[in-house]
Ligand binder design. Structure first.
Ligand SMILES: [Zn+2]
Length: 262
């Protein structure tokens, strides 16, 4: 196992590594701009396994289970630009301010991340420079380009949540997450609650804040865009059929919203 905690600032992602940013339907015409901060669970080779047992690296602590399939299908259904990040949130969490202690977590739920302990500043900076920054730069550039073209833009940050966290069962199937946007979340809540049999969380299981989030405050609120976070319970989207079903549902709901916000 190799751990990059020696403090050197050399390249973290070599030429042979997969780039952090994945994009789909870049020229899509939908007003919805989709992001997926926790799309992937890759770890740069230089970091080994971060000292974490293999069984832990497929759990929710490493990524948002199921959201990749939902995000890609939804992007196709809506003809919406998707920008997603392929590396594990255990390497660096792309939905945390880099100064937050949880940006590069030493503990996730009850799992210790040895490869993140006593991390030298240069090693932390490399993760930010090579993973966090390129991802957020692409979102900024995409929003810039849309605004220049006069394209309506609604930011939707896609996430999934674990059915049980720290021993507490979460009853919701889906939740909307918001803070300062007062226009989109009530529409979305209403339409989701009109769907038969859904338990919908209103700012559950999480609420957005400047301390615990990055994408919505920085790309949505600070730029004056309509925005929301969406959290889908992981067990509902663990397999391709669940992912398709939820992408279909969200495409229908967002299609309705598109006609309401014009
Ligand atoms: Zn997430």
């Amino acid at each position: 196992m190799t751990l990059d905690n020696a403090g050197d600032t050399s390249l973290l992602l070599g030429n042979a590594e997969v780039p952090p940013v994945l994009e789909q339907n870049e020229h899509g015409r939908s007003p919805f701009l989709l992001t997926a901060d926790h799309y992937g669970r890759l770890i740069p080779r230089a970091l080994g396994d971060l000292g974490v047992p293999a069984g832990e690296l497929t759990r929710h602590i490493a990524w948002d289970i199921g959201i990749a399939g939902v995000a890609e299908a939804l992007s196709n259904r809506l003809d919406a630009h998707l920008i997603a990040q392929r590396y594990s949130r255990l390497v660096i969490d792309c939905n945390r301010p880099p100064a937050a202690p949880s940006s590069i977590p030493v503990l996730s739920e009850t799992t210790v991340i040895p490869g993140n302990e006593n991390l030298a500043r240069g090693a932390a900076e490399a993760r930010r420079r090579e993973i966090f920054d390129p991802y957020h730069r692409r979102i900024t550039e995409a929003i810039d380009a849309r605004l220049r073209q006069g394209m309506p833009t609604v930011l939707v940050a896609l996430h999934s949540f674990t059915p049980v966290y720290a021993g507490i069962i979460r009853p919701w199937h889906i939740g909307t997450l918001y803070h300062r946007d007062t226009r989109l979340p009530p529409l979305l809540l209403k339409l989701l609650r009109d769907e038969a049999g859904l338990v919908v969380g209103d700012n559950e299981p999480y609420a957005v804040s400047d301390e615990t989030d990055y994408g919505i405050p920085v790309h949505g609120e600070a730029r004056g865009l309509m925005n929301t976070g969406i959290e889908i319970r992981q067990d509902l989207i663990a397999d391709p059929s669940g992912q398709t079903q939820w992408a279909d549902r969200l495409a229908r709901v967002f299609g309705q919203i598109e006609t309401m916000i014009r």
